[in-house]
Design a protein around this ligand. Structure first.
Ligand code: IVH
Length: 666
């Protein structure tokens, strides 16, 4: 037995060492395949000796039981954001402020790339990874420990370094997906008929938000750490020391980090990173300069949401020119006819771009975009870029203004553009392309979540005339499905059971699934709360009732009323219910999220009354008291706040603005 135990320990150490070489030192000794062999060997031994499995074994990263929701985590120190320096002047002004505030010159900075990913906090107690969370609103985030554990770059226990291992170590960092992995991920998503991600940041955020950590485990997530939270049992003199120490402890730190001194070196670093931006294997959207000496950071202090001692040096938006080869009209789920420019392929920021949205006819007219034009395009975070302007000097002879067709590109039915609206829509309710998109939306993951009903199958069902409206899905039987091309009997069975299973769902999922224009997931939830999950009262609500609901504006109210004025919509929904759809009522308010939290309000409130704020806190399980003590969890300070705010500062209690507070309450 002891032989097995030492073999297991040796394998774990080897795997940890290889991870360290791969993720931290970027100098692997073995291939991925060799790593997998060692990993399997450990897995087999542990399976035969389950009593020897420990929480920090590399095999324990595969993901645990799916959660029903994430818990909340209050950050011991709020996770701040950064003030932006949009250009050279603003970076210069920042350096001058630092010189003035510290009365020294020149100032030393830690210069870091600003990664475009998702900020997280990792907590290590006595060297063991114990929990991790998202940034959330900076004060309260979500507990995503299970998901973070699946990321191989995050050590489950700290290695030995020169500095003594802290008893408590909180570390902030950015979870991201490299450009290469992002490409592969989207290819796989397409193969599995799942949706493509718009950009690496969305893919990383979506992966961390999975309730089933088994899914997160399959996503190629990575991390670079860059900022301390609470640290107990060790101290650092500078930001560079901190980064050095955590790297020795096994946490990945961006290799481009550098210490620079004075404005000239800052600007040189800014230019250097901007120039090599496309060659870096991950997406960055700027630089971060942090005053290097932690003692000096303390002197400078923080504003409410950003530290005074740091600045984000933004890059210019990425622009290139290319040619509009064609303009096509495409049809959306709600029948909107949208023009899309097909571009001569061009690389912007490491991504090949072939399409640009043109929004609508007005936009085309305003910019006078024509087929054959040379255009300047700009890519911000998203992969679908926009056309900034036409280079008129390069316009070929004999071009004509572009006008969208007056008929639907899919069914040839007339399109109609209502007075005062920018978008033209196909008016044919049974336009097959629209029907397909509506049904695809209805069955999608965040709507009715009907597994196995991919895009191609929906197309087949509509083309075969089996499904014309969503309620028809609930009439389908196995024989009809099995008759379709490339459909096995077993899959037909599975699909029918998935359809049946979807009958029992949440009110908000069903409402979102209906695809009412302007009613997204959030609005559907708000409506669920407001109507206590009662479909009849939702269907008969008038404009005034809807508009008075918090977070529902006149536009949503109007489209909802219009939707229910349409007899076909009503009868489709009624038919769904007669097929046995039954909706779960939402839990009454989101009680409990502030359970046990004590708030103190000081200074003026600008958009709500004290009484209103108190009721909001109490409804969510929290308490409001008049004075600040060690038991206080948050102080909400408005204009005119004085001694209570000072006391909170001394006690290290998070201080919120009214806006922060409103973000905490749903
Ligand atoms: S430090 C105390 N360093 O930028 C300052 N943030 O706008 C807190 N980010 O939420 C952040 N790279 O998601 C810091 N090297 C870096 C960063 C970085 C990316 C993100 C982070 C943060 C946001 C602030």
């Amino acid at each position: 037995m002891s032989g097995v135990k030492s073999k297991i320990e040796k394998l774990r150490k080897e795997l940890d060492d290889h991870n360290y070489r791969y993720y931290v030192l970027d100098d692997p000794l073995i291939s991925d395949i060799e790593w997998d062999v060692l990993f399997r060997e450990l897995q087999t031994l542990e399976e035969a000796h389950p009593d020897l499995i420990t929480m920090d074994s590399p095999t324990q990263r595969v993901g645990g039981e799916p959660l029903s929701s994430f818990g909340n985590v209050t950050h011991r120190i709020p996770m701040l954001s950064l003030q932006n320096g949009m250009n050279e002047e603003e970076i210069r002004a920042f350096d001058e402020r630092m010189q003035k505030g510290l009365e020294t010159d020149p100032i030393e900075y830690a210069a870091e790339p600003k990664l475009d990913g998702v900020a997280v906090e990792l907590v290590y107690e006595k060297g063991k990874f114990v929990s991790g969370s998202t940034r959330g609103n900076g004060v309260v985030g979500e507990d995503i420990t299970q998901n973070l554990k699946t990321i191989r770059a995050i050590p489950l226990k700290l290695r030995k370094g020169q500095k003594i291992c802290p008893t408590l170590l909180e570390i902030r960092g950015e979870v991201f997906i490299s450009k290469k992995d992002f490409g592969k991920l989207n290819t796989n998503q397409e193969k599995a008929e799942e949706h493509r991600f718009a950009n690496p940041r969305n893919a990383a955020a979506g992966s961390l938000r999975q309730l089933d950590s088994g899914i997160t485990a399959k996503r190629p997530l990575s991390i670079y750490c860059y900022q301390p939270g609470v640290v107990e049992g060790t101290a650092f003199e500078t930001q560079a020391d901190f980064l050095n120490a955590i790297q020795q402890w096994g946490l990945p730190v961006n290799p481009e980090v550098k210490v620079v001194c004075g404005i000239d070196e800052m600007l040189k670093y800014q230019l250097h990173l901007e120039t090599m931006r496309d060659e870096l294997p991950y997406e960055i959207d700027g630089t971060v300069f942090k005053v290097n000496l932690l003692r000096q950071q303390d002197i400078l202090g923080n504003r409410s949401r950003t530290p005074r001692w740091a600045i984000a040096g933004k890059f210019k938006a990425q622009q290139v020119t290319t040619i509009v080869e064609e303009i096509i009209a495409s049809l959306g789920r709600t029948g909107a006819v949208t023009p899309v420019a097909k571009l001569k392929p061009v690389v912007v920021g490491g991504v090949t771009v072939t399409n640009a949205t043109l929004h609508n006819q007005d936009e085309i007219d305003r910019k006078d975009i024509r087929i054959g034009d040379t255009v300047l395009i700009q890519r911000a975070g998203d992969v679908i870029p926009k056309i900034v302007q036409v280079i008129k000097e390069k316009r070929p002879k004999k071009t004509v203004r572009y006008t969208l067709p007056k008929t639907c590109p899919e069914c040839n039915h007339k399109v109609h553009r209502p007075e005062g609206e920018a978008v033209a829509r196909c008016q044919n309710l049974s336009c097959p392309a629209q029907v397909k998109r509506k049904i695809q939306h209805f069955v999608s993951k965040n709507a009715m979540d009907i597994d196995g009903l991919g895009e191609k199958l929906v197309d087949q069902l509509v083309d075969a005339g089996l499904v014309k409206t969503i309620d028809n899905l609930y009439n389908l039987n196995e024989d009809q499905l099995a008759d379709l091309d490339r459909m096995a009997e077993k899959s037909a069975q599975n699909i029918v059971s998935a359809i049946t299973a979807s009958k029992n769902t949440d009110f908000h999922r069903f409402v979102f699934a209906l695809g009412i224009r302007n009613v997204g997931e959030h609005a559907a939830k708000v409506l669920g709360q407001a109507f206590h999950g009662d479909m009849d009262s939702f269907m008969s609500a008038g404009f005034e009732t809807l508009e008075t609901i918090d977070e529902i504006g006149p536009i949503v109210a109007e489209t909802v009323v219009k939707f229910w004025e349409n007899k076909q919509n009503r009868s489709v929904v009624t038919a769904c219910f007669s097929h046995g759809i039954s909706l779960k009522k939402p839990a009454e308010t989101s009680s409990g999220i502030l359970s046990g939290k004590r708030f103190v309000f000081t200074g003026a409130l600008e958009t709500m009354t004290r009484a209103g704020a108190k009721t909001a806190v109490e409804k969510l399980g929290g308490k409001v008291s008049g004075s600040v003590s060690n038991n206080t969890d948050f102080v909400v300070a408005g204009p005119g706040a004085g001694s209570k705010k000072n006391k909170a500062e001394k006690l290290g209690i998070p201080i919120l603005t009214e806006k922060d507070f409103k973000e905490m309450i749903p």
